[in-house]
Design a binder for this molecule. Structure first.
Ligand code: DHE
Length: 547
């Protein structure tokens, strides 16, 4: 169900230019229409996430034709084939793209990017389906699932989520979702689960049904990554918000039915240069606990929007200038401050969600901070701190978050830890845990990408604390492929942590459950339906922002 249709050539442009291929000028490389369609699909599925639909660059370099034509076909070909240590995957030598595909993509990048169509209210309304109307849904929970301890697990390549019981480890339901499904978020009451695919398809799942099932669906664009729901008192379960990469916009929806209510474009000026950007993508979104607001992070313009949802018709948006390339982030332990990485700038921006202003903008000291939602610890020296690891190196930045108890250290890096290696994506802890878990799934070394580093918080008084290595892939007993261990997530009690062992779609994957006290393997979940598990979202921890 790839969204290749999003890239249908614009006939006006073609007509005007009298060309067969969008963006092709006389003398450009020859590429047939079917090759062009194929290249568009590959670009969408593999490249656009980092380089942008219009190829203006973000996590990945800009690939506009002024650059690609300067470096030329051979350079592009080798870069796609072999990758680079800075994070470009080796698409050719890893076998993910064939030699013909690599050749095709190098030619394709010499052409102007095609601008995909817009996606406004008529398109959203047409895609919107209420499968079970609110009045036809059960008035109480109909299943015997302990919903608060249920995990929604992304099955990336099968476009599904698995709902797994946190105590029996049983798969309770497998639900079809969007293409290369990305994240799950849970309504404030815990009843509804919202899932978004990279193709911008949103599924709303009623966890009260037996078994839990999709009750509404909508497509909010052609490419998206984030979804959230209103959490402020009086607005629980009332609204959902989805942010898209293409078109660059967000939409506020009815929390019961996903009816689209308000769409806002994020196109506009880059905060510092004050120049226009045509593709400012919506990255992470969180719901404030202090005000009736969504906190929406706009990647390319570097703006954090505080969107007040009290009056949808007269939307009140506070625009905070932060830093370019905002990506992912989470709350501190008090849930008052939201910390978000401006990844390609090596910085973290801190927003005070109570006062509605920027509190700090700090350098993490590492290359490309990537916190996920981050991890909150009670540091033996510095009190409450929040942690991020880095995609580009092994450093882990520990940031003070206690302006009252530790004012001198607040919003500064109080300590740097060194984990297994570069390629880290997520860190995790829990209020009941004295451990900090750091992954490294994108590290090229199989032993590193297959393990987790654990730092013991009480031992963080040492200048360079040591870590324990958990050989997760070995515990999973998987010997085929290079499975990557990704994203720890705690159970509700905070007594065990789950890791995905993410293998290729045709090989065995697993989830390994680790006892937080003993750091021993407690259970391995293996099932042929568990295809490419990546993100895991415990219902209670996700809805209450516990991490
Ligand atoms: Fe993610 C969160 C974007 C690749 C797994 N990812 C996010 C968020 C964004 C984002 C904006 C924050 C959402 C929020 O909090 O509202 N991710 C992107 C990309 O643009 C990128 C780099 C490239 C792409 O083409 O999509 C990308 N992400 C990946 C993966 O390859 C991962 C590892 C595997 C997968 O399932 O696709 C992946 N991203 C995740 C996970 C989260 C996430 C598990 C949520 C973490 C959490 O604890 O909240």
């Amino acid at each position: 169900s790839g969204p290749a249709g999003a890239y249908e050539p614009s006939m006006t442009t073609l007509g005007e230019l009298n060309l067969e291929i969008p963006g092709r000028k006389p003398g450009d490389p020859v590429i047939t229409p079917s090759e062009y369609d194929k290249a568009n699909t590959i670009y969408f599925e593999r490249c656009a996430g980092c380089h942008g639909v219009l190829r203006k660059g973000a996590t990945g370099k800009a690939l506009t034709t002024d650059i690609t034509r300067e470096v030329g076909f051979d350079y592009l070909h080798d870069f796609i084939n072999y990758g680079s240590p800075a994070g470009m995957p080796n698409w050719g030598t890893s076998g993910e793209l064939t030699a013909e595909d690599v050749d095709l993509m190098a030619r394709y990048l010499l052409l102007e990017p095609a601008s995909p169509p817009e996606f406004g209210m008529p398109e959203m309304k047409e895609s919107w389906k209420v499968l079970v109307a609110p009045e036809d849904r059960p008035s109480e929970k109909m299943n015997d699932i302990d919903i608060d301890n249920l995990f929604s697990v992304t099955l990336r390549d099968s476009g599904q989520v698995a709902l797994i019981d946190g105590s029996s480890y049983e798969i309770k339901s497998i639900i079809d979702t969007g293409y290369a499904v990305h994240i799950s978020r849970i309504s404030a009451s815990g009843r509804y689960l919202y899932v978004i695919g990279r193709d911008a398809l949103v599924n709303m799942v009623d966890l009260f049904m037996d078994p839990p099932a999709t009750v509404a669906q909508i497509k909010i664009g052609t490419e998206a990554r984030s979804i959230e729901t209103s959490k402020f008192e009086g607005f629980e379960d009332k609204y959902a918000i989805g942010g898209s990469y293409w078109p660059p916009q967000y939409v506020i929806m009815d929390g019961d039915t996903l009816e689209p209510l308000k769409i806002k474009s994020t196109r506009g000026m880059i905060y510092d240069e004050q120049t226009y950007h045509p593709e400012p993508r919506v990255a992470s979104i969180v719901a404030s606990h202090y005000r009736p607001e969504f906190i929406v992070n706009i990647k390319e313009t570097g703006k954090i929007l505080l969107i007040n949802y009290e009056d949808i018709e007269n939307l009140n948006v506070t625009e905070i200038e932060a830093e370019r390339f905002l990506h992912d982030g989470g709350f501190d332990s008090s849930k008052r401050y939201f910390l978000v990485a401006a990844n390609a700038r090596g910085k973290v921006a801190v927003v005070d969600t109570k006062e509605g202003e920027l509190t700090a903008l700090l350098e993490t000291g590492g290359q490309t901070p990537h916190p996920g939602r981050g991890a909150n610890l009670n540091h033996p020296t510095y009190g409450p701190v929040w942690v991020t690891s880095h995609l580009g190196d092994e450093s882990v930045a520990v940031i003070g978050t206690d302006p009252e108890g530790h004012p001198d250290e607040a919003w500064t890096v109080v300590q740097t830890l060194y984990g297994l290696g570069g390629g880290s994506l997520f860190v995790k802890s829990h209020p009941n845990s004295e451990n900090l878990y750091v992954d490294a799934p994108l590290n090229p070394d199989a032993e590193v990408s297959g393990s987790i580093a654990v730092f013991k918080v009480p031992e963080m008084t040492a200048e360079e604390p040591e870590y324990t290595v958990l050989p997760i892939v070995e515990w999973a007993g998987i010997t085929d492929g290079q499975p990557r261990v990704v994203q720890g997530e705690f159970n509700k009690e905070g007594t065990e942590i789950w890791f995905s062992v993410w293998n290729a779609a045709d090989l065995t994957s697993a989830i390994v459950v680790v006892d937080d006290k003993t750091l021993e393997m407690k259970h391995v979940i293996k099932d042929e339906r568990l295809i490419t598990p990546t993100g895991k979202f415990n219902v209670y921890n996700t809805r209450a922002d516990v991490y």
